[in-house]
Design a protein around this ligand. Structure first.
Ligand code: BGC
Length: 807
């Protein structure tokens, strides 16, 4: 049994919580993932088996209230899990098919072993005659060979003997039905099923996605051993080929003391995979080569153990256990295999169908952590964006601008995939969706380019693909900024900030808001970094770059000017979320809380009442406060100073309090951002937000959303909250800058960083002291900046540093 701090367990079977558990018990390896559904179950109210390959999307057109609406979805692929069983006692007719919803279930426990990357369960069934069947099952999605998965099941009989009938299947008759809100939309993404059999015990299923025409192939081998001591010989399942699936039936002798063991091994390939002929041939031969379950499990454990070495974050107690689960899911979505793929950061992991598997700005919450552990993965994720830079430039051109306008929701080709209509489940109305106006996503991409290069020192990237991305985003902002004579400032108008409650002024005919502070300050930052980069670049590369992107080097002067004179609106002594925010009505927060209890989705509540959240000073999530999440207080003050505004500590604290009181936290990202921002200004309620961020998914705080997929940004963000937020870690001038902002409940932790050429810099925080150890690797010493002092830590040594008093 795995150690309790590395185990995530559920005792008992609760159908109402099953879908949530399936999402949280998903197993994956960066290439594909499968939800933790019981293999005996079908998609239905309590269950939703789902398998998703990273980047495997398909488009369908749906008729929504007489209008053609096109959506692109991460496709639910054929289900490889099915394994059904029933008792065939020697003295009577066969029993019913057993499954967790069957009344004869008397015991059930399910657990994830985070260290080993397996999902296990123990279910006991007992019928009216005292015949018991214990099912012990382990599952893996192989972390070493990303195309393999396996189910290992041990059946034990008590109080009866006879045969056990086991049916193993591949089920291609699946649809995208994981999100109730999408139920009116087209959901059949697969077509052209074919099935076959090879080498006796192997069956296969292939099909294609309807529009993207991706070939998908699965092959399965099911073998069983049973009889005394399980040496009673190997049983191979007789295959049956169906129109959209396969079935293999085994009749296994079973008796007390003589269990039956069934191993199902599966291989999954698509036509997008490199180094294969056909997905079918690849799948059949991979499953043929795959070793038996014990060695397969051993190599899977080795791959996980290597991965845990690279991503070490140790926090004691319950927060540490949750953080480990978060890290587990981040690594299952974005693993070293991701570095070989052309995929972005799916906002809901590979764990469900919410947001259709799309890629948003959430990578802003993910890459800062990955940069210091798996930089190759970060780089691949940046390349996903860089490959779609031409699409972003086309989108900007179509909007009459230069540079790159990255889409708010991105999927396969990098065009805008944001839905045109979304359903308010409270009112049943389909409403126009304007969130494509969140152009700030481009700044997140540029920010990640910069941070990745700072963390790794990868100047090849910075001067190559990174420079192209950064410059094109800068050009877009420069072209979006309009000079306003009366303000004597530049303005960016008609956009949406991160707070999705506000997409228009009340009663306005057109969507969009002016002078969103987050957008403007980030734009100023991007323009300033693009300027810095041009100064750093070798002159010929700089010239070449401008030629390549079709820009005039003289644009740089305008960038510089805009970066100093973008407008930031204020009201009543605090920074305004956007121009006019201070004139919006105040919401009766207490009244709404009293009436509705949970008001996280205030937008839906108000719309259902015939009102609109656009009328109120109410935010779904951090918007202005995002700036305090991204930038340290010192950096933020200097950014404002660069823009010609004074932002002193008192004004920032007032701003933090102002928005903290007007935010409903309708996004899991919001409590995360508040936790860090409040910790930095020493507010006591920082821990309350940390707790919310930690329990957001495990307790499904957003009420039914986690079962549709985890919130990857928030999960990775909690790791970053510890690693970067609580240490104040920044990497500048080749040094580690630390400025701890402690939350007493999280004041002890340890993290190992891969920093530039050092593989294992060990940072330990112990309430008032911080220890830094640098391995003896022949690399240069590490420079640390803390409280205005520079410390040099030589390789092979460690150093304790006292934290400044005010921490
Ligand atoms: C949030 C966005 C986020 C998206 C995907 C939305 O609820 O408001 O900020 O990017 O979810 O996670």
């Amino acid at each position: 049994m795995a150690r309790p701090d590395w185990t995530w367990a559920y005792e008992g079977y609760e159908p109402a919580k099953e879908r949530l558990r399936e999402a949280l018990c998903t197993l994956g390896n960066g290439y594909f993932a499968t939800r933790g559904a019981a293999p005996e179950t079908h998609a239905g109210e309590s269950h939703y088996p789902g398998t998703y390959v990273a980047g495997c999307y398909n488009r369908l057109v749906s008729d929504v209230q007489g209008r053609d609406v096109e959506n692109e979805d991460l496709v639910n692929l054929p289900n490889w899990l099915p394994l059904r069983y029933r008792l065939r006692p020697a003295d009577t007719s066969p029993g019913p098919w057993l499954h967790p919803d069957h009344p004869s279930l008397v015991e059930h426990r399910q657990w994830l072993d985070l260290r080993g990357g397996t999902l296990s369960r123990r279910s006991v069934y007992e019928d009216a005659f005292g015949r018991r069947l214990t099912v012990e099952q382990d599952r893996l999605v192989h972390m070493g060979d990303p195309h393999l998965a396996a189910l290992h099941t041990v059946f034990t009989a008590e109080g009866w003997s006879g045969e056990l009938e086991v049916v193993a299947a591949l089920d291609g008759d699946v649809r995208n039905r994981g999100v109730p809100r999408y139920r009116d939309l087209a959901d059949r993404h697969l077509t052209a099923w074919e099935t076959g059999t090879e080498h006796g015990s192997t069956v296969w299923l292939r099909c294609r996605t309807v529009e993207s025409d991706i070939g998908i192939a699965l092959a399965a081998r099911t073998v069983a051993a049973c009889g005394p001591g399980q040496n009673g010989g190997e049983h191979r399942a007789a295959p049956e080929l169906l129109a959209r699936g396969t079935r293999q039936t085994l009749l296994l002798p079973i008796a007390p003391g003589s269990p039956a063991v069934v191993d199902k091994t599966v291989a999954l390939y698509t036509s997008r995979d490199p180094a294969i002929g056909s997905p079918l041939r690849a799948a059949v031969s991979a499953v043929g080569r795959a070793p038996a379950y014990p060695p397969l499990l051993a190599s899977h454990h080795t791959a996980w153990s290597d991965l845990w070495q690279q991503a070490r974050l140790e926090v004691p107690g319950e927060p540490g256990r949750i953080l480990r689960l978060h890290l587990f899911h981040v690594l299952q979505t974005l693993s070293p295999h991701t570095a070989e793929l052309d995929v972005g950061v799916p906002a809901r992991g590979l764990h469900g169908e919410a947001y259709r598997g799309h890629v948003f700005w959430d990578e802003l919450f993910v890459l800062p952590f990955l940069n210091l552990h798996l930089p190759e993965v970060s780089r691949a994720l940046l390349d996903y964006r860089h490959r779609r830079l031409p699409a972003a430039c086309r989108a900007a051109r179509a909007a009459g601008r230069v540079g790159a306008m990255f889409p708010w929701q991105s999927a396969d080709e990098g065009r805008e995939e944001t839905q045109q209509l979304h359903l308010n489940p409270n009112s049943g109305r389909w409403l126009p969706d304007h969130s494509h106006l969140q152009h700030h996503v481009g700044s997140a991409v540029a920010y990640n380019v910069w941070q990745y290069c700072q963390a790794t020192g990868d100047t090849d990237y910075l001067y190559g693909n990174g420079a192209e991305t950064l410059l094109q985003v800068a050009r877009f902002w420069a072209d979006s900024a309009e000079w306003d004579e009366s303000l004597e400032r530049y303005r960016i108008r008609g956009v949406m900030g991160p707070d999705e409650y506000h997409d228009a002024y009340p009663d306005a005919e057109r969507p969009g808001l002016d002078d969103n502070t987050y957008t403007n300050v980030m734009a100023a930052w991007v323009l300033a970094r693009a300027g810095d980069l041009c100064r750093d670049l070798p002159e010929n590369r700089c010239r070449q770059l401008f030629e390549q992107v079709g820009a005039d080097p003289a644009e740089r002067e305008r960038w510089e000017d805009i970066s100093r004179r973008l407008h930031v609106p204020w009201h009543r002594g605090v920074i305004s979320q956007f121009a006019g925010y201070g004139e919006l009505a105040e919401l009766d927060w207490d009244g709404y809380r009293a009436r509705y209890g949970d008001i996280r989705r205030l937008d839906r509540i108000l719309e259902a009442e015939g009102d609109t959240v656009n009328r109120y000073q109410a935010s779904k999530q951090a918007d202005v406060l995002m700036l305090g999440y991204i930038f340290s207080p010192r950096e933020l003050a200097s950014l404002f100073q660069g823009l010609g505004y004074e932002l002193d500590d008192a004004t920032w604290r007032d701003t933090v309090d102002y928005y903290a009181a007007r935010t409903s936290h309708g996004s899991t990202l919001s409590s995360l951002v508040h936790a860090l921002v409040l910790a930095r200004v020493n507010r006591d309620d920082a821990w309350r937000h940390c707790e919310e961020a930690l329990t957001g998914d495990v307790a499904d705080l957003q009420g039914g959303t986690t079962e549709e997929g985890i919130h990857l940004g928030a999960m990775a963000g909690t790791l970053d909250l510890v690693q970067r937020g609580l240490t104040g870690l920044e990497i500048r001038d080749d040094a580690l800058w630390l400025s701890p902002a402690l939350v007493p409940q999280l004041s002890k932790f340890r993290v190992r960083l891969r920093f530039r050429r050092h593989w294992d810099v060990d940072l330990r925080l112990r309430t008032e002291r911080l220890r830094i150890a640098v391995p003896d690797s022949g690399r240069p010493a590490v420079r640390v900046r803390l409280d205005g002092q520079t410390y040099v830590v030589e390789p092979g040594t460690s150093r304790w540093l006292e934290l400044p008093d005010e921490v």
